[in-house]
Design a protein around this ligand. Structure first.
Ligand SMILES: Nc1nc2c(c(=O)[nH]1)N[C@H]1C(S)=C(S)[C@@H](COP(=O)(O)OP(=O)(O)OC[C@H]3O[C@@H](n4cnc5c(=O)[nH]c(N)nc54)[C@H](O)[C@@H]3O)O[C@H]1N2
Ligand SMILES: Nc1nc2c(c(=O)[nH]1)N[C@H]1C(S)=C(S)[C@@H](COP(=O)(O)OP(=O)(O)OC[C@H]3O[C@@H](n4cnc5c(=O)[nH]c(N)nc54)[C@H](O)[C@@H]3O)O[C@H]1N2
Ligand code: SF4
Ligand SMILES: [Mo]
Length: 903
């Protein structure tokens, strides 16, 4: 790490926090407007993320090292051959919101201007495409009209379909600070789960899955009835209101019926409507509970309708606020990385095609939208894609119905994967892998959720021959131009040259109503680029003048039909007629401490301690009705009728059904409704490759955006046929013989968990080198200790515990025994201790049990007192809201107990 101080941005979520890197480490940048110095637990662990195992170091063709020259000229040749023999659409790229703007720009230019196909899509399809489509329908352009600062100005904050406390923690912290400063500010959370975010709210509406359109249409109806519309705004700046009003009674239900349909109390719904109607200013912040739905675009528009109708947009403290997931999802949208956009917010109308073609001097401009992610892989599965270049995304884990993705990759004749690690599941499917320079080794621009462009800066040298993605793309581009005998469109020597061209290109918007215009940076010097300060495009307050990008200059109301069919009760009873086993609604998303498919965070001890193995959360009552215990291994299965749907598809063979289940351990969460499951999307690779939730998530998409409905699948749940559960703590272990196995990183070692169909014998484990073994019976199985004798001491090197019962023993405490002198009785007690504590503070590894003890046994009566004792929440603060909640509840309950005793 460099000694001098350098400013860059965090590579994880779309909050886009600034960080400072110096000889001391990596800390929050106080001067960055997105975070003012704060970082969440993932940001705090950034320095550890750099010591990544299994970096890709050299280009490899079918496992053999090749030079970059060989690799890139092969890609260019394959692309040209495919183009000539099967047409430009047989070439495709699948890229990522984790690329930098410069990478994204040249990838888009290569495909849409020089290969001649718009078959370039991005994982933002899985993430933001519904919000993009909603913005374009309403505003005529993909513009997010709210800033983080607006949170300090608003009267009402509605968080819809987002678990912000975990997924955008620094933004949530800002929300909590705003509430502390302004006790009048109300927080409403709309989420079928009682998440950590929902626990903090003044009002939580646990609506039925995909009930959002009905809810927001209901809000609009309330605004009409209570005369809380802004008629002046509607008349001056919008269109389509009358048409919407004519249909409104068909688009929602009157209050008691609506409340019933959504599964929430009348009064709660009424309270939300009243708060929204009476607030002068309101912000509706939304994320994947809105976007990842079969009606995700309509959800976005139903939200926007309510804001337009009440004039709560285009001014401080008001507006619909789509939060981006990835660090540069927004930058990708700007350059045009989605298959249905051409470039720089331009679509495929004749004028845009002409302007883009002329700007690029493109020999082969794409003239129609390309295939969206799910369709793109379906085309590959049919054999329609000959060359597929995948960059900075891991679709075998992150795409729905991922067995189809695996089939597609196996079928595609030439798959190129650019990644930073060979451990990613996608790298296993590549014919050619390219080693990419990762965060800290590459540089460029990213745009966060509030349209703010910040610089990522390089502070270390890439290992081996790893290269920035933009460089690899331009090498291919240059050779492709040569093979096609056209002028070289990829003559870029550095990132700033790419950025200048991108900025210059946005000048094609200058005489249009589009707000994306960075042309003032078209001649940025290298020094100015180096010294770039975080800057927003579109100005501080887009739409302040009430002008929108539609030809009429007005925003549009969109009629959105509610999706009552998708409410929990209706779908499950319909579907059950096909299936003997009861169906459970599977909701998927994120954990606080992991990033996506774990390639960048799975190896970090501090982050691995949050959710230690693949876990499916369910209501304890529903579990007991189904005869399931906490800690038990279960399989989530694709219901029979969906398998038979697949069978109707000519490409489906019965053996493929075998990939259609997911293994996970049961944990109780009474914040979930009956037969409502939640599981994270993270488990993958060495950490939990048998538990990729997308094996059972259906590839249902929103018909407009093509975004998968990751939160709306139905599955059956069955106990896994486990004869023995096991755990191994040590530094080396091969768990591949077990049908279920996972790995949790620990400093200098790991914890493997596994399950077996057969009894596990003591002989089935090889001894750790240089050790002796002691085995002992426990109440449910046995414990083996591998130890090394040093003088008179026996030092523990590895431990394994095998049990016939799903045990709730707090295995992580066993880690503390490694390297310690063997002391049988306390060790045995530790393996049989049945209280599994839940980690609350990752920075100081403080569990819920310790916090409860601090209140109960050590008489701590406030968060400050608990923190004095345990330090929890004093570093990154990601868990602060949880600690507040716990301390409050615990203090109240111990007061009750005391008064009961006294009474
Ligand atoms: N720790 C962590 N943070 C991350 C990421 C990560 O991997 N790890 N990834 C980043 C990325 S790329 C993204 S896109 C964001 C995602 O950020 P979020 O959208 O906040 O996270 P999710 O957990 O995917 O889902 C949010 C919530 O939607 C709810 N939901 C499900 N169905 C419905 C519904 O029908 N209606 C409503 N209203 N809600 C529903 C779920 O219960 C869930 O709590 O997080 C970003 N931040
Ligand atoms: N069931 C379910 N599935 C989901 C979701 C969900 O909520 N539920 N959410 C969806 C959403 S919103 C998203 S955004 C996706 C995310 O899903 P992915 O994009 O597939 O997840 P990542 O693990 O971030 O994949 C990034 C890959 O790029 C590699 N990488 C990192 N840095 C670089 C670099 O600089 N260059 C290159 N070339 N490679 C790099 C990493 O090692 C990793 O393999 O998942 C989607 N899938
Ligand atoms: S909130 Fe956390 S993950 Fe997101 S940018 Fe900030 S530090 Fe990174
Ligand atoms: Mo995302």
């Amino acid at each position: 790490m460099s000694q001098k101080c350098l400013k860059t941005t965090c590579p994880y979520c779309g909050v886009g926090c600034g960080v400072r890197v110096d000889g001391q480490g990596i800390v929050g940048d106080e001067t960055h407007p997105a975070n003012e110095g704060a970082l969440c637990v993932k940001g705090v662990a950034l320095a550890d993320s750099l010591a990544m195992p299994s970096r890709l170091l050299y280009p490899k063709l079918n496992g053999q090292e090749v030079s970059w020259q060989q690799a890139t000229s092969l890609i260019a040749q394959k692309m040209v051959q495919a183009k000539r023999s099967a047409g430009a659409d047989s070439v495709a790229m699948y890229v990522s919101g984790q690329l930098l703007t410069e990478d994204y720009y040249v990838a888009n230019k290569l495909m849409k201007g020089f290969v001649g196909s718009a078959n370039i899509d991005t994982n933002s399809r899985l993430c933001m495409s519904s919000a993009v489509a909603a913005h374009i329908r309403a505003f005529g352009e993909d513009v997010v009209p709210v800033n983080y600062d607006d949170i300090d100005e608003t009267d009402l904050l509605v968080i819809c379909g987002a678990n912000t406390a975990w997924t955008h923690p620094v933004l949530f912290r800002r929300i909590q600070q705003a509430r502390e400063r302004n006790p009048q500010l109300k927080l409403v959370v709309i989420d079928p789960r009682k998440t950590v975010t929902a626990q903090q709210a003044d009002l939580h509406l646990a609506i039925a899955n995909d009930g959002d359109v009905a809810l927001f249409n209901g809000l609009l109806r309330h605004l009409v009835q209570k005369k809380q519309l802004d008629h002046d705004y509607i008349a001056a700046h919008t269109e389509g209101f009358d048409a919407l009003m004519q249909q409104l009674s068909d688009l929602t239900l009157p209050l008691p019926a609506l409340a019933r349909e959504l599964g929430v109390a009348d009064e709660a719904l009424q309270t939300f409507f009243n708060w929204f109607g009476r607030s002068d200013k309101a912000i509706t912040l939304f994320c994947q509970g809105v976007n990842q739905a079969p009606n995700g675009v309509d959800k976005g528009n139903a939200i926007i309708n309510a804001h337009l109708a009440s004039g709560k947009i285009g001014r401080a403290g008001a507006g619909p606020f789509s939060i981006t997931g990835q660090p540069n999802a927004m930058g990708g949208r700007e350059v045009g990385g989605l298959a249905n956009q051409l470039a720089v917010h331009r679509g495929f109308d004749d004028e845009s095609i002409d302007r883009v073609q002329r700007f690029w001097q493109a020999p082969a401009i794409a003239t129609k939208p390309g295939l969206k992610a799910v369709d793109l892989f379906a085309a590959a599965e049919r054999g329609d894609i000959d060359v597929l270049w995948i960059m900075a995304t891991n679709p075998v884990v992150s795409m729905p119905n991922n067995s189809q993705i695996k089939r597609a990759l196996a079928r595609c004749p030439f798959v190129i994967v650019s990644d930073i690690t060979g451990d990613s599941d996608i790298a296993q499917y590549a014919d050619l892998v390219l080693p990419a320079a990762g965060w800290g080794e590459k540089q460029g621009m990213v745009t966060n959720s509030e349209r703010r462009l910040s610089r990522q800066r390089r502070f270390q040298t890439p290992p081996g021959e790893a290269k920035p993605d933009w460089w690899a793309i331009t090498q291919v581009g240059q050779q492709l131009c040569e093979l096609d005998s056209v002028a070289n469109g990829f003559n870029f020597a550095s990132e700033v040259e790419v950025f200048r061209e991108y900025a210059a290109m946005t000048a094609i918007n200058s005489d249009s109503p589009l707000l994306l215009d960075l042309s003032q940076y078209a001649s940025l010097s290298a020094q100015e680029y180096d010294q770039w300060q975080p800057t927003q495009w579109g100005g501080e307050r887009p739409f302040a003048d009430g002008r929108f990008a539609h030809a009429s200059g007005r925003a549009k109301f969109i009629c959105c039909a509610p999706n009552f069919n998708h409410s929990q009760t209706v779908v499950s009873s319909n579907d059950e007629s096909h299936s003997a086993a009861p169906l459970w609604w599977l909701n998927t998303g994120r954990q606080r401490d992991q990033w996506h498919t774990m390639t960048r965070t799975g190896h970090i001890t501090q982050l691995a301690a949050g959710e230690v193995e693949p876990t499916v959360y369910m209501n304890s009552l529903a579990a007991s009705e189904a005869g399931l215990k906490a800690g038990q291994l279960v399989a989530l299965n694709v219901p029979q009728h969906r398998l038979s749907d697949n069978v109707n598809d000519a490409t489906f063979s019965p053996s493929q059904a075998q990939g259609s289940s997911v293994l996970a351990k049961v944990a109780f969460d009474d914040g979930l409704g009956q037969r409502h499951l939640f599981m994270s999307m993270h488990w993958a690779g060495v950490y939990g490759g048998e538990s990729q939730v997308n094996a059972v998530v259906a590839a249902t998409v929103d018909p407009i955006s093509g975004q998968p409905a990751f939160k709306s699948s139905y599955v059956t749940v069955s106990p896994a046929p486990v004869v023995a559960y096991g755990l191994y703590v040590g530094s080396q272990f091969d768990p591949s013989a077990f049908f279920y196995h996972t790995q949790q990183s620990e400093t200098g070692m790991a914890v493997w968990r596994f399950a077996s169909h057969q009894p596990i014998t003591r002989q089935s484990f090889t001894l750790t080198p240089h050790t002796q073994r002691l085995t002992l019976a426990t109440s449910t199985g046995w414990l083996a200790v591998d130890y090394e004798t040093k003088g008179s001491q026996r030092v523990i090197r590895a431990l394994m515990v095998v049990s016939e019962q799903p045990t709730r023993c707090d295995y992580t405490t066993l880690v503390k025994w490694i390297g310690q002198p063997l002391d049988i009785n306390p060790l045995l007690a530790a393996t049989q201790n049945q209280t599994q504590a839940k980690l609350v503070c990752s920075c100081f590894r403080i569990t819920d049990k310790q916090i409860i003890d601090a209140v109960e046994k050590h008489d701590c009566r406030s968060v400050a007192q608990v923190q004095n004792r345990l330090k929890c929440g004093t570093n990154c603060g990601s868990c602060l809201s949880q600690i507040h909640q716990m301390v409050e509840e615990q203090v109240a309950s111990s007061a009750l107990t005391t008064s009961a005793k006294e009474g």
